[in-house]
Design a binder for this molecule. Sequence first.
Ligand code: SAM
Length: 428
Amino acid sequence: MRKNGKGTKRKGPERSQGASGHSREIALKLPRDYSTEIRRRASELGYKTVSDYVLALHRFRSQVEEPEGTYRPHPALESPAGLPPVRPRLAFETKLGRVYSGDSAKLMRSELEPQSVDLILTSPPFGLVRRKDYGNEDADRYVSWFEQFAEGFVRVLKPNGSLVIDIGGTWKPGLPTRSLYHFELLIMLCRKFKFHLAQEFYWWNPAKLPTPAEWVNIRRIRVKDAINCIWWLSLTPYPKASNRRVLQPYSESMRDLLKNGYKPKLRPSGHDISDKFQRDNAGAIPPNLIALANTESNGAYQRYCRAHGLKEHPARFPSGIPANFVKMLTDPGDVVFDPFAGSCVTGEVCERLGRRWICCELDEQYVRGAKGRFRDTQASIWATGAGPTRTKPYEIYPPNALITNDREAPLVPDGGRGRPKRPTSDGG
Ligand SMILES: C[S@@+](CC[C@H](N)C(=O)[O-])C[C@H]1O[C@@H](n2cnc3c(N)ncnc32)[C@H](O)[C@@H]1O
């Protein structure tokens, strides 16, 4: 980092050695929003520098222009850290778990026993989309890359087990439209690999920033994208599960009802509300919307990475996400597998909840950083601050809670095709 004349920090040109060891600087002139977005994306996908990311995109572009039949997976998908998939090796073990360093598709073929896993729980690298006005090639590439893992999942999962995939949507570069890759993935898993969609969950992250700023803050034609999809799949329509493990505190009105009673009656919707609703079941059955900010303190993990000069994983999920599904879908002693383990949040959650677990991660640096999670796992996940400690509900307003005047807020002409003359970046 260097300072410019006004004393604010400015990033200097990056130097990437490239495969040959020689490098040359090329100055790129990009609108500020794009350069921020590119930096964020590069770091999210695990590239060390923006140059490495641009190089991978270029290689991909060159491949795309090769004749039909020479398809190779997108390099950023095959190996987000720019590493070739390698034969997995056991990196370290804990009381209940094992961490492998290497390619999980290979691990599932070579190391894991058929039908040995009760729950596969993971957050795969998100699809990298490329500019294409029509068609859905980005999604096609992602889905065909994923098939090697799907084959492994079918092999190692027990017949009554579950597969839970946390996957965020993404925008098509340069367009205010969305990629379909995560829906295509779901359809491929169900159609080709015969998974059942047990239920879809939506994870709402109240702390998510409004991106891409161009569509949300500047042109004001889209709203904040604050949801990840979580596909819960299974090989049978009846995977083992219980919602009793994930009950939530009753709402104030329900507590009132339990205290003061309720007169059974027919609701306007036609539902007959019987007196069974007065039974105290020790908590409310949660909806399939999970509200959880991704602002969890990862103190011990971060301190360990810093002390050992290791990069922290940039796309960690909060422990409340794996904890929810580990509790609902497995018993103590069951085996949980995370094939795209990153910093091994899933492993830490399982260790603290008494489940056996296996994590596999391609990037050696993340594997080494993950060790920092397992130095003190005696305390319960709920007591350490590493776990989901917030118990207060989040607030979300119903639509039209703020009355706006149509005339004072006209629709954006041309659907935002052009930039406003005086962009307002007020965050809305
Ligand atoms: C979205 S991150 C997972 C983050 C993780 N849930 C956490 O909270 O730390 C996806 C990870 O998959 C890893 N990955 C990509 N391809 C892989 C492969 N073939 N085998 C194992 N890991 C892979 C990437 O290096 C990346 O760290």
